[in-house]
Every structure is written in C-alpha cells, then in structure tokens.
Design a protein around this ligand. Sequence first.
Ligand SMILES: Cc1cc2nc3c(=O)[nH]c(=O)nc-3n(C[C@H](O)[C@H](O)[C@H](O)COP(=O)(O)OP(=O)(O)OC[C@H]3O[C@@H](n4cnc5c(N)ncnc54)[C@H](O)[C@@H]3O)c2cc1C
Ligand code: SF4
Ligand code: SF4
Length: 420
Amino acid sequence: MTTATTVMKQHLIDPEICIRCNTCEETCPIDAITHDSNNYVVDASICNDCMACVPPCPTGAIDNWIQVVSDNAYSIEEQFTWDELPEPQEAPEGAEVVEAKAPAAPTASEAQKEEGDQDLENKPFTAAGASIPPWSAAHPYTNLYTHKNPVTATVVGNYRVTDSDTDSDIHHIVLDMGDTPMPLLEGQSIAIFPAGEDENGRSYHARQYSIASPRDGERPGYNNLSITVKRVVEDHDGNPVKGVCSNYLCDLQKNDSVKLIGPYGNSFLMPNLPDSNLVMICTGTGAAPMRAMTEHCRRLNKEGKYRGKLMLFFGARSERELPYFGPLMNLPKDFIDINLALSRQADRPKKYVQDVIRERASDVLALINDSKTCIYVCGLKGMEEGVLAALKDIVTESGKKWEDVHAQLKTQGRLHFETY
Ligand SMILES: Cc1cc2nc3c(=O)[nH]c(=O)nc-3n(C[C@H](O)[C@H](O)[C@H](O)COP(=O)(O)OP(=O)(O)OC[C@H]3O[C@@H](n4cnc5c(N)ncnc54)[C@H](O)[C@@H]3O)c2cc1C
Ligand code: SF4
Ligand code: SF4
C-alpha cells in the first residue's frame, strides 16, 4: 500500500523583510520561533498555526505560508541559511493538497488575551506588557516605507552623549527627512540599513532604533528626527565584536545619506491628555523613547498644555555613562521626578532600577492606582524581570492582588515594554 503525498503550507519568515526585532519569538505561546545570528525561523514540528505571532510583527515578515511537499518541510537549520524565501514546491501528480490550518488572524486584543492566558511564572517575558496603546493615544502611522520603497535621510548631527572617557559610546544622531513625509509619535521606531555587504556579498538586514525626538521633530518646524545609538563593541557575553549597524551609525558624518524604513510600533505610545502621568523606566539607549516623551511634555508644558506628573527611573553604571545626563539634570524638579540607579559608584552599594523603584514604593503605588498613569519600560532585555518583580511587590504589599492589577494595566494599555 502506498501513502498519498500531501502538499501543505509551511509557516516561514521572510529573511529579506524581517528586522530581527524578536517580537514574534516573545509572542509565540509554544516557543515555535527561534533565531540565530542570521535569521528568525519557525519550527514546523512545533508551530500549530495559531496566528498569535502575526498581528504584532511590525513588518509582516512573519506572514508567509509557502507550499511544501509533506515530507520535505524546511528544517530550522535550512531556514537559518536563507537570504530569501524559497519558491513554492511543485505538487507531485495526484498529491493531496492540505490547506493551512490557520484560522483568521486574531485582533490585537484577542492576541493579547491569548498571551495573557499564558503562565507568567513559566514564561515571564510573555505578555509582560500591553499590546494595545492607551485609549487617548494619537493614531500612529506604520510601515509607510518598506524594503520595496525605502527612503533616504541626511545626517545633520552626530555627537556623543556619554562622557568621552567611559567605555559606553552612545551617540545622538539627527536625520533630516527633506521633503519625505515621516509622521512619527513618541515610542515608535524606524529601521536603518547599514551600508555595505556581509562576507557573502549580501546586503545587511535593517536594524531597528527607537525615535528619541518628539512628534514635531528634533527641531520643531523641521522635518527631522533623532535616534540614540550605542556603539556595540562586545556581544552580550562580553566577547569583542564590531556591531555592524551601530558602528556604521556612530561613524556617520554630517551630510552623509542613510537608507531607512518604517515607522514601526502601535502600542508603546503615550496618552494624549494634558493631565496624564508617565512612569518611565529605562537603562542605556532605552532613554530614547523617554527623551521623546519628556520633550513632548516639556514643549506642551511651556504652552501651559501639560500638567501631569513625570517620574523617571534611569539606570546606568555611572552618571558619566548616562546618555543626555546634562540636559536631563537641567530639567526643573517640579516638571520631572528623576531617580538614578547607578551600579558602579565608588564606595556606594550597587543600585539597579528595580531597587530605586522599591525605594519610591509609595509614590509609584499612588501613580499605579491613578488610571491616568501609563508605565513605560525600555532598555536591555534583562531588566524586564526585575522591574516586574518590583511592581508586583509594591502592589502586593498594598494588599491588592498583582495578577488583577497587572491584567488591568495591560487591558487598559497602561504598561509597556520595549526591550532588546
Ligand atoms: C524595538 C527595538 C528598538 C531598538 N532601539 C535601539 C536604540 O534606540 N538604540 C540602540 O542603540 N539600539 C537599539 N536597538 C538595537 C539595534 O536594533 C541593534 O540590534 C544594535 O544597534 C546592534 O546592532 P549591530 O548591527 O551594531 O550589531 P550586530 O552586528 O547585529 O551584532 C553584533 C553582536 O553584538 C550583539 N549585540 C547586538 N546588540 C547588542 C547590544 N545592544 N548590546 C550588546 N551586544 C549586542 C549581537 O548579539 C551580536 O553578537 C533596538 C532594537 C529593537 C528590537
Ligand atoms: S520583523 Fe516580524 S518576523 Fe522578524 S523578528 Fe520581528 S516580529 Fe519576527
Ligand atoms: S503561528 Fe502560533 S505557533 Fe506558529 S509560530 Fe506563530 S505564534 Fe507560534
């Protein structure tokens, strides 16, 4: 007896479009997505076509279902080597065609509900924050420019914003968009293509960077934006490496051209109300969206149009490694409540953002309990767990159930994470 060959659709990620943002890997409830230094891939033996990863993907790279012959599905090892998606495999004569099991894609809130149902203890990074914006947020534009129609910006400024005698080389880079429309909101990001090619002669893939300027631009009345870029000189394990895009960006000169796509992001957005409060928690270049939000509020405040509370928790090894330290400390104390967490200070105990959040427990709790407060966390991936634990302790000690408060913060679009 012979078994009929079947033809089905395999869920694959388009390596040409993917910006390696990790959103899909964080979202997949059953860990079917993984990555190496080259590609993000879907394991066909695990994926159940639930579609939870599709709506959050900023580029649409995840939304590919390509015909394969059943015993010839692509392994993750094969996918790691790809530069582009393969053509659909031809169906042998008489093969049974099995349609993809995929149901209609869930809406963002349905996807969030599914994520929220996961066991947070077992998968702490899943659904840590909301996948919807606060209700009053301005509507964002996304994906105006893709790999098919990237745009060019001109560098009009590039300077270091950490002390020159520290190891942390972080740059503030201002890009002029000329006549190209690039409507942006605080909390959104763009992706940049590094110039040049890899050792195999292929163009580099685009890297994502948070916008550091407010919606009316780095300079109001000009069509420009800024980003905050850390020069990567070692990998996450401390081994020396020359990060492709960060070094390209930090070395750019005035008047150089840069190819970019975007904008991305439709949930890490600020409320659009004059009396909303922002709790901003960041480390390193996680300062970028916080700078954008703070500057938007400062400009509104100058016109008497903002009267909410701003509370910032900012972590770094030392003050000299804090990007924008000088301008930040010049902001009036009655405008922003700044709390620094420094982990490498001579003769002082190490402090991380979660320690300082705990020190300010009563003020943080009052803000969490105020429905006009939104909380934003941005920086290195490792900070998520500590920040969540601190918020959980503060809420629990007040006699409330953290699970309930956490769920409410997410369904109301009031708790947001962007870590990388
Ligand atoms: C949503 C989002 C927003 C981001 N916003 C910013 C931002 O505002 N500013 C910013 O500087 N970066 C930001 N990033 C990270 C950025 O996209 C790049 O990953 C980063 O600049 C490194 O790229 P590279 O090409 O220089 O390094 P690669 O050549 O891609 O990587 C070289 C090696 O360094 C490791 N590595 C990558 N990134 C880091 C890092 N940050 N620290 C230590 N090791 C690293 C890699 O694992 C690899 O081993 C963001 C990422 C995401 C997903
Ligand atoms: S761009 Fe889409 S497919 Fe690529 S890593 Fe991000 S979410 Fe995943
Ligand atoms: S479709 Fe569902 S199971 Fe498959 S990779 Fe996406 S989230 Fe994971």
